[in-house]
Design a protein around this ligand. Sequence first.
Ligand code: NAP
Length: 284
Amino acid sequence: MIELRGKPVADAVSERVSRKVLRLKELGVSPALAIVRVGNRPDDLAYQRGATSRCEKAGIRVLPYEFDGDIVQERFLSEFSSIAGDKSIHGILLLHPLPRQIDIEEVKKIFPPEKDIDCMLDENSGRIFTGGDVMPPCTAQAVMELLEFYGVKLCGKHAVICGRSMVVGKPLSQLMLRENATVTVCHSRSENMSGITRGADIVVTAVGRAKMFGAEYFSPGQTVIDVGINTDDEGSLCGDVDFAAVSGIAEMITPVPGGVGSVTTAVLAENCVIAAERAAGKEK
Ligand code: NAP
């Protein structure tokens, strides 16, 4: 079994990002990312820490905007509007879900599409389906980076994705289709899911259920990409796949932690730099 660790992939993406940042700085552009957080949800705090450290190492300026969890919508929209309008900010990461009193649809109306580096807006996510030029959601792109880095071929292969969210499953299905994989997407109503996954070449799990995928879901020779980030009964981080049970079957498998998650923040940094490059190109 080969463990597909995220660190070397993240390092390779980060190196590419650092080179792009240097080139931008030579042109007088200092790429900047705004991280907007409402409240103190532990997973938001963890993601913010990871993203900040990754971006700063690559030379991207990170500007944190932190608001109380009970901020009223009107005030938040006004604050978000000034962040959105700040020309020195190239990318905005809005940590979500937002508290109930804030209607995300209202925020999306004032979110500049060119600063949408995690593909939150419908007009950007729609382009993934039409094959347009767009920065895909960071996690979906992270899976693609990981597969490419480890030389896992998609063309002609059967990829099964478990989970159909707009941040992972659906966009990933389109990215894999672009690479000529045959893609099946499973979800909570899928029947005989273990039979479907057993027949795949590549299985991606993104359902958010700790260690749900045991040995019965897999067969020898497969590549398994575990996107899930969960906590098990002992309170430890784990994926959707029961790693101990499956590592003896799969040919290649990502660990959790240390797999896809570490690549996600590197892709976020790259998307921010792409946004800065596009903004610089427009200003010329
Ligand atoms: P989500 O929006 O809750 O979507 C979960 C998907 O899984 C849904 O499509 C759901 O089906 C499906 N599902 C749930 N239970 C199922 C079951 N028993 N059998 C089959 N399908 C089932 O979750 P998400 O935001 O995509 O996140 C999924 C996991 O990835 C979470 O653990 C999350 O923490 C992790 N994640 C990791 C990263 C990273 O950087 N590594 C980034 C984002 C998310 P229905 O559509 O039918 O409800």
